[in-house]
Design a protein around this ligand. Structure first.
Ligand code: COA
Length: 177
């Protein structure tokens, strides 16, 4: 399996994967990805345009894009200590084989390469057991929650901190399965 940063040339494959994420059958027990993840080609190109503070990583099975994860360091100078991970998704037929762990290892390594970053944060639906276990297995810990917000599902905030050196370092040295 290949993990690499995506570029605008991957926009069509990225779009296709995002669409499949938002079209889960109603009987599925996994969370339905919200519409914010559905992008047209132009929007995908913009998302995939790596900058000095942002990258989207893709996992490839041969030439097929099977998983994605994005990471962005904070653009505001005063908040340059925080990087955010978002848009983590693995195609259903490729789950439970370590794809998400490898994608997150790449995203965490990217954030760690930013000298000022001391915390990597993310948000996850409070009932998304698979994702919460995934993040915990990489050393993320709950830092807060948003409950009873009528506009949103209950959400957990999680963080990985540089001072927790062991977790911060070991999260990026995972063997491929
Ligand atoms: C959550 C998701 C990204 C996991 O991807 P994956 O490639 O299957 O995960 P991995 O194989 O790398 O598993 C890593 C760890 O996650 C946890 N995990 C993964 N799937 C799980 C499941 N169904 N139930 C419980 N824990 C699970 C485990 O701790 C696992 O480690 P282990 O195998 O050593 O026990 C995938 O299920 C997915 O795309 N779900 C839909 C989108 C989504 O919820 N994204 C997260 C939004 S915050």
């Amino acid at each position: 399996m290949l993990i690499r940063p995506l570029s605008s040339g991957d926009a069509a494959a990225f779009c296709f994967l995002q669409r499949s994420a938002s079209q889960q059958p109603p009987s599925s027990d996994e969370p339905i990805m919200s519409d914010m993840y559905v992008r047209d080609a132009d929007e995908s190109c913009e998302t995939l345009r790596s900058t000095a503070i942002r990258s989207t990583f893709g996992a490839f099975n041969k030439t097929e894009l099977i998983g994605v994860a994005s990471v962005q360091c904070h653009a505001i100078f005063e908040q340059r200590y925080v990087a955010h991970i978002w848009g983590v998704f693995v195609a259903r037929h490729h789950r439970n084989t370590g794809v998400a762990k490898l994608l997150l290892a790449a995203a965490i390594a990217y954030a760690k390469s930013m000298q000022d970053v001391t915390c990597i944060s993310l948000s996850v639906a409070a009932d998304n057991v698979a994702a919460i276990n995934l993040y915990r297995s990489l050393g993320f810990r709950e830092t807060g929650s948003i409950f009873d917000d009528p506009l949103h599902e209950d959400v957990l905030q999680m963080g990985l901190f540089r001072e927790a050196t062991d977790a911060f370092d070991s999260a990026t040295s995972l063997p491929a399965r």
